[in-house]
Design a binder for this molecule. Sequence first.
Ligand code: HEC
Ligand code: HEC
Ligand code: HEC
Ligand code: HEC
Ligand code: HEC
Ligand code: HEC
Length: 164
Amino acid sequence: MAVVFFLLAVMAAMGQEPHRCAACHIETVTDFQTHRHAKAGLDCGICHGASEKHRTSVGAVPPDQVAAPAEVSKLCGNCHLAEKQQYEASAHGRVYTNGKKVKTANCNTCHGHHAMRPWAAQVENCQRCHTTLPASCKATPAAVNSRVACMSCHARHTLAVSSR
Ligand code: HEC
Ligand code: HEC
Ligand code: HEC
Ligand code: HEC
Ligand code: HEC
Ligand code: HEC
C-alpha cells in the first residue's frame, strides 16, 4: 500500500492525473505503460470496457469485459485481423475448437497480458509446453531474420515450416 501512495504522490508531483485504475491495479497500470498499445494512445477500456461500476464498487461488480482464453484471439482480431486469421487456422488456435483438453497458446500466452513478453524470453516460454522436440528443430536454422529462434523455421502465427 505504501508503494501505491508513493507512486501516486510521485505522479501528482509530476503534474499527471493518476490513472483511473491505478488505485487498485498499480502494477498492471505500470506494466501497461511500457506496451506499444499505451504509446499508441490505447487504454484499458479497449479490452475491459469502461468498467465504471467495477471501479466505484471496489471490485464487487465485475469489469464490463474480461476475455476468456478462448476469446482472446477474437478480441485482438478487432485490430490485428491477419494475425487472428493465421492463429485460428494454426495448431495452437485449433485446440479451442477440436475438443482436445490441453493447454494451448493464445495471443497473450506468447505476447503477455499487459507488458509485452520480451522476445528474449520466448524460447523458454515455448518450452514450457514443448518439452521434447523432434531432431529437425535442432538443425541449423535457415537464415531468416527473426527475433525468436524457433521462428527462424516456424512462421510466427501459422507455425508452418518455411521451405529453405
Ligand atoms: C477501488 C478498487 C478498484 C479499482 C479502482 C479498479 N479495480 Fe479492477 N479489481 C478490483 C478488485 C478488488 C478485483 C478482484 C480481485 C483481483 O483480481 O485483483 C479486480 C479485478 C479486476 C479484473 C480481473 C477480473 C477477472 O475476472 O479476473 C480486471 C480485468 C479489472 N479489475 C479491471 C479494472 C479496470 C480496467 C479498472 C479501471 C477502469 C479497474 N479494474 C479499477 C478493484 C478495483
Ligand atoms: C489489449 C487488451 C488488454 C488491455 C489494453 C488491458 N488488458 Fe487487462 N487483461 C486482458 C486479458 C486478455 C486478460 C486475461 C483475462 C483472462 O484471465 O482470461 C486481462 C487480465 C487483467 C486482469 C486480471 C489479472 C491479470 O493480470 O491477469 C486485470 C486486473 C487487468 N487485466 C487490468 C487491466 C488494466 C488496469 C488495464 C489498463 C492499464 C488493462 N487491464 C488493459 C487484456 C487487456
Ligand atoms: C483497438 C485496437 C487494438 C486492439 C484491440 C489490440 N491491439 Fe495490439 N496494437 C494496436 C496498435 C495501434 C498497435 C501499435 C502499432 C504500431 O505502433 O505500429 C498494436 C501493437 C501490438 C503489438 C506489437 C508490439 C511491438 O512492439 O511490435 C502486439 C504484439 C500486439 N499489438 C498484440 C495485441 C494483442 C495480443 C491483443 C489482444 C489481447 C491486441 N494487440 C489488441 C491496436 C490494438
Ligand atoms: C506461439 C506464440 C504466438 C502466438 C500464439 C501469437 N503470436 Fe504474435 N508473434 C509471435 C512472435 C514470436 C512474433 C515476432 C516474430 C519475429 O519477429 O520473428 C509475433 C509478432 C506479432 C506482432 C508484431 C507484428 C508482426 O507480425 O511481426 C503482432 C501485432 C502480433 N504478433 C499479434 C498477435 C495476435 C493478435 C495473436 C493472436 C491472434 C498472436 N500474435 C499470437 C508469437 C506469437
Ligand atoms: C501453453 C502451451 C503452449 C505454448 C506456450 C506454446 N505451444 Fe505450441 N502447441 C501447443 C499445443 C497444445 C499444440 C497443439 C498440439 C496438437 O495439436 O496435438 C501446439 C502445437 C505447436 C506446433 C505444431 C504445429 C503443427 O502444425 O503441427 C508448433 C510448431 C508449435 N506449437 C510451436 C510453438 C512455439 C514456437 C511456441 C513459442 C513461441 C509455442 N509453440 C508455445 C501448446 C503450446
Ligand atoms: C531448423 C529449423 C527448426 C527450428 C529452429 C525449430 N523447428 Fe520445430 N520443427 C521443424 C521441422 C522441419 C518440423 C516438422 C518435421 C518434424 O516433425 O520432424 C518441426 C516440428 C515442430 C513441432 C511439431 C512436433 C510434432 O511432434 O509434431 C513442434 C511442437 C515444434 N517444431 C516446436 C519448435 C520449437 C518450440 C522451437 C524452438 C525451441 C522449434 N520448433 C525450432 C524445424 C524447426
